[in-house]
Ligand binder design. Structure first.
Ligand SMILES: [Ca+2]
Length: 518
């Protein structure tokens, strides 16, 4: 084994062996005592490598030995939680994501925490790869490379447990992907190259200069093959290589889809004739406070559609968004088929999520730089040995909780700086710090939100505007109750909760200046 393969190892791969029964038993509540003992020993050994060095107790027993589980992380870009057919929100075709939902457990309320930048992808992915919450991730953003050289990044922690790590697709993190993973294939930027024809369209009564399936616009077609197809083929190649090797794998397969430019083959666009596409109930020609919250025409994402928004423009953009997602779904299906035909399904955990959602015509907005659920919330599915099929868990989580979840599966200790929590206890139906009392959201110094017990309070400090939604009764966030005197008390309770979350996450914005009466 070369040093390259285990640059930060504390133990040799042999020393990180797991019992096959312990691995399979991770999620069973009614575990037989001998297995529990075996599991405890395995974890004790995982956390204290010296104990292993002194002689592995699992080797002393007669427990069968197997590799630790493989870990396949499938990551979409800008995919709203609504856009999986199985979830029942939208008329969209996602047969492969539906199958993942049926095979495993869905966290129905998985959130991104927000962003310190218009490029919301960057904070989301920096949080994911470092395990740090929003403002702590921002604090190390310019020195992310030092995090890498110190061996603190997500894949590196897995390499330390004997994993071979693979990367392909969208990176958008401020350090070198090729030095972060054992294998990095295509390292794509934040988005495929855009063109002026893709903006401020379609305009009523004028020909549309943009054709999502025409390779002349470049973007996802650059290089001759759609990027989602390339990413899937890279993943399939990795699976083939991993099959021939002895180490367990961690694959970070990051599609650029369905981020704009929303391009896909014509057969996918044709699945969505405009009369199939619905305009969201929250449609508005313009969002009332768009400039004060940083979401006006000055923001790139918002310029994709014309101002004021038209129902026709929203339908056309949603058609192209859905088509790109259905095409992405087909590529995920290819990866899952390869996993199956390689015989790797049984010992592989699969996680699917996205870095955040997207508005595409909700609330007069097109981008993701807002704190409505369509832009904060993502699909989140887990499939693995012992994970309940078809289960839905509505406890709110952060999508970055996947990071410590994967660490736990690999037997890697969670570093003290990681602010997120393993989801394995929730998957077992046990209590856990991952079951958050409240979810915190932030965008620049212009927006803050708290979600608690079926309510959401959004604050716009520059506009001095509060929004209150009863999510439990109004999930589309249509009826703002902030000015209703009957809801003064709940608004104040949520405000106090938000202040506490600001303190917890190191958010220095003083909200009491703009909202002295809350
Ligand atoms: Ca994104």
């Amino acid at each position: 084994m070369s040093r390259l393969d285990y640059p930060h190892r504390m133990t040799s791969p042999k020393q990180t062996r797991w019992s096959i029964r312990a691995s399979a038993a991770l999620l069973q509540r009614d575990i037989a005592l001998p297995v529990l003992v075996s599991l405890a020993v395995t974890f004790a050994n995982s956390v204290h490598p010296q104990a292993l060095a002194a002689g592995s107790r699992s080797e002393q027993s007669n427990t069968p030995i197997a590799k630790p589980p493989n870990l396949l992380f499938l990551f979409a870009d800008d995919q709203c939680f609504e856009t999986v057919r199985a979830f029942g929100h939208t008329d969209i075709d996602t047969p492969n994501l539906d199958r993942l939902a049926a095979r495993g457990t869905t966290f129905t309320h998985a959130y991104n925490m927000g962003s310190w930048s218009g490029a919301v992808c960057i904070p989301s992915r920096t949080m994911l790869i470092t395990g740090r919450s929003l403002w702590r991730a921002q604090a190390i953003y310019h020195t992310t490379d030092q995090e890498r050289t110190a061996g603190r990044l997500w894949p590196q922690l897995l390499q330390g447990r004997g994993y071979r790590t693979y990367f392909t697709g969208k990176w958008h993190i401020n350090t070198d992907a090729a030095s972060t993973f054992n294998v990095a294939k295509h390292i794509r930027p934040g988005m495929p190259k855009d063109m002026p024809e893709g903006y401020n369209r379609p305009l009523t009564g004028q020909p549309d200069p943009w054709n999502p399936s025409d390779p002349k616009h470049g973007g996802f077609w650059e290089g001759g093959e759609h990027w989602s197809e390339v990413t899937a083929e890279d993943a399939i190649e990795f699976l083939g290589e991993a099959r021939r090797r002895s180490e367990p794998f961690f694959m970070y397969v990051a599609f650029n889809a369905p981020h704009d430019p929303r391009q896909s083959p014509q057969e996918y666009v044709d699945k969505y004739p405009l009369d199939r596409v619905q305009v969201p109930a929250s449609f508005l020609p313009e969002y009332p406070h768009q400039d004060a919250i940083g979401c006006g025409p000055g923001l790139r994402d918002e310029r994709l559609g014309p101002f004021p928004r038209t129902e026709h423009a929203v339908k056309v953009h949603r058609r192209e968004y859905y088509a790109l997602i259905t095409h992405l779904d087909a590529q995920i299906g290819r990866v899952l088929a390869a996993l199956e035909s390689n015989g790797q399904t049984e010992n592989t955990w699969i996680f699917f999520t996205a870095d955040h959602g997207l508005a595409v015509g909700h609330h007069g907005l097109f981008g993701k730089q807002n704190l409505y659920d369509h832009s904060l919330r993502v699909p989140f599915m887990v499939v693995g040995p012992g994970v309940k099929a078809g289960q839905k868990i509505s406890a709110p989580i952060y999508l970055q909780d996947v990071m410590p979840t994967v660490l736990e599966l690999a037997g890697a200790p969670k570093p003290a700086h990681v602010d997120f929590h393993s989801l394995l206890p929730l998957l077992r139906g046990e209590s856990s710090p991952a079951r958050r009392e409240a979810i915190y959201g932030a965008y620049l110094e212009l927006q803050r939100a708290v979600i608690h017990d079926g309510w959401k309070l959004i604050l716009y400090p520059k506009a001095k505007v509060a929004r209150l939604y009863h999510l439990a009764e109004d999930p589309s966030e249509l009826k703002d109750l902030a000015d209703d005197p009957a809801h003064k008390e709940i608004t104040q309770q949520l405000f106090r909760r938000l202040l506490a979350l600001q303190q917890e996450f190191g958010d220095k914005l003083d909200l009491t200046v703009a909202f002295p009466n809350l």
